[in-house]
Design a protein. Sequence first.
Length: 364
Amino acid sequence: MKKPIYPFAAIVGQEEMKLSLILCTIYPRLSGVLIQGDKGTAKSTAVRGMAQIMPTISQVDDVYHLSADEQRIYGDSLGVPSSKNLQLRQVPVVELPVGVTEDRVAGTLDVETALVRGQQRFQPGLLASAHRGILYIDEVNLLDDHIVDILLDSAAMGVNTVEREGMSVIHPSRFSLVGTMNPEEGQLRPQLLDRFGLCVTVQGETDPEVRMEIVQRRLSFEDDPDGFITEWSSHSRRLAERIENSMTLVQSVEIPKDILSTAVQICLDSNIDGHRGDITIIHAARALAAWAGRDRIIQADLEKVAPPGPQSSVTICVERRAGSTRIDKIKQQDPIEHKDLGDTTRRHGRLRLFGGLVGRGLGP
């Protein structure tokens, strides 16, 4: 029996965390989000709830989630026939356990079958399942180094290559990373940190009324999961529709030259090496504009992702050449702008954007 999932729309507070997940869904080029915080702050609950309201994609098959164009490139080698009738499926959200093996992540080649029958048999792994979707890693800072290396290779190349005894299989593997972690349990390798476009640090709510609302909703869910999910179904449906509309709009959002100039200047002033920081700021602003229903980035969008001014709990964080960090407080004006995401607007945590991060993005 499938375990009931707490609705994303019913989560109280933690607006920055919810906004970051929404933005990465709207515009996968942000590459992912890292959520840091103590246990019991709804990190895993938010990610699993988000999986229930993901939009749909068209695909040829249910194993590799190939688009029609990808099937023409990889279909023959992977044994995926072409089809005129594409399937509409929800964007996959795949969870990668901390103790996972290399074969489970990358997939395995059956050498014995190849030698005896002359047939190449490949058992796809989690990287195939997560293609064009989200790869979720709880306690991402506790991953074994060799698993991290596999993820980094796939994230950098956009494909997963498995080689064994002179045989090889290549399949596309483009995904957004979502990781959760408790910083007290260890730090994240810099190479893996470089795969996240946004970072949120969450804390427990301190307002007594907000904490009471959290407890009341959770108890209602535990007492009657199906009834609680039904109660929030209309909120979840409207949120899913808004996300899907934003995904349609984001590619056409215009980037004015003055906005681009400001983003570049922010990174220059922060002594940022490379250009990923500039690009990521624009990606985030573009996603915000689409979320607001606009087809053009305005200054207010940029001010939410990279402005000066100590007026909010949200921060942008970009790495500098000297190894220090520039942190700017951002004035945040109703980041979610949707009452269905929780009754409270009290905000805790920090939304941080790391310079040096540009995701490969997901196919349509």
